[in-house]
Design a protein around this ligand. Structure first.
Ligand code: XBP
Ligand code: MG
Length: 242
């Protein structure tokens, strides 16, 4: 018998809000400048870099393609990456505290509908806990709706590895058939599918990679399918078809 839909597992970056291009990217650029480095990531650069999950991992992947490292980075590459990332996280948090980033269209509506219907909800991200806290600080009403946060620090391999989703299912005591993941990116899709989950994609940005295997791909929860916003019944339907 098909399991019922008992939980929604929400990705954060790109799914709850457009944090990648509007938050993380400018914070990386500000951190480069603050550390006297003239690197600058354009929106197009960053879309390509999103192939690599995790801010530190992304920075290392970029550095592997460059030969113009700052002197500090040459002396101590690992220390420099950690320092830059810490600076970036602090700038990201400050930026979101000063000006909270809006949630993407339909996110608030669906979160509240699912909570009212008694579904369990969790955050499953491979960004840092500090970054998640920075975003949610601008939306205090949202925090009690999430029973659990699985973040980058909680797993040894970041998305597209399925570890974060497996960890969330284990911590919630659920099987993959009882939940649906909401994601925005090819890497997130691969991670959730790898854990056996049905996945709804709300596309954000142009990160390269296939989106096959998603239960549905939409621009936003509000534009939905055929121009009709997606509600919980639609999610139950997508889940039942998995
Ligand atoms: C999120 C990430 C993170 C963020 C930056 O991916 O890959 O690295 O881009 O956050 P997903 P940190 O949305 O698939 O979870 O710098 O804290 O890693
Ligand atoms: Mg994402």
């Amino acid at each position: 018998m098909m399991a019922s839909l008992d939980a929604l597992l929400w990705d954060v970056d790109g799914t709850l809000a457009d944090t990648e291009q509007e938050g993380h990217r400018p914070a990386f650029n500000a951190a480069f400048a603050a550390m006297g480095c003239d690197w600058h990531w354009s929106p197009q650069d960053y879309d390509r870099l999103l192939r690599v999950g995790g801010g530190q991992e992304r920075l290392r992947a970029w550095m592997a393609t460059r030969d113009d490292w700052p002197a500090e980075a040459r002396r101590d590459p690992d220390g420099w990456v950690k320092q830059l990332h810490a600076r970036k996280t602090s700038l990201y948090r400050q930026r979101l505290l000063d000006t909270p980033l809006p949630l993407r269209p339909g996110v608030e509506r669906l979160l509240k509908e699912a909570a009212a219907a008694g579904l369990r909800q969790a955050v499953v991200t491979t960004s840092s806990r500090a970054a998640v806290a920075g975003l949610l600080a601008g939306h205090r009403w949202l925090e009690p709706l999430f029973e659990l946060w699985v973040c980058g620090e909680d797993v040894t391999a970041k998305k597209p590895d399925p570890a974060a989703y497996r960890r969330a299912l284990a911590d919630l005591g659920l099987s993959c058939g009882q939940a649906l993941a909401l994601e925005d990116s090819p890497a997130g899709l691969q991670a959730a599918r790898g854990a056996g989950l049905a996945v709804l994609i709300t596309r954000c940005g142009d990160a390269p990679g296939p989106l096959e295997g998603a239960a549905a791909v939409v621009d936003t929860l509000e534009s939905g399918i055929l121009g009709r916003p997606l509600g919980l019944d639609d999610l139950r339907h997508l889940h039942a078809q998995r």
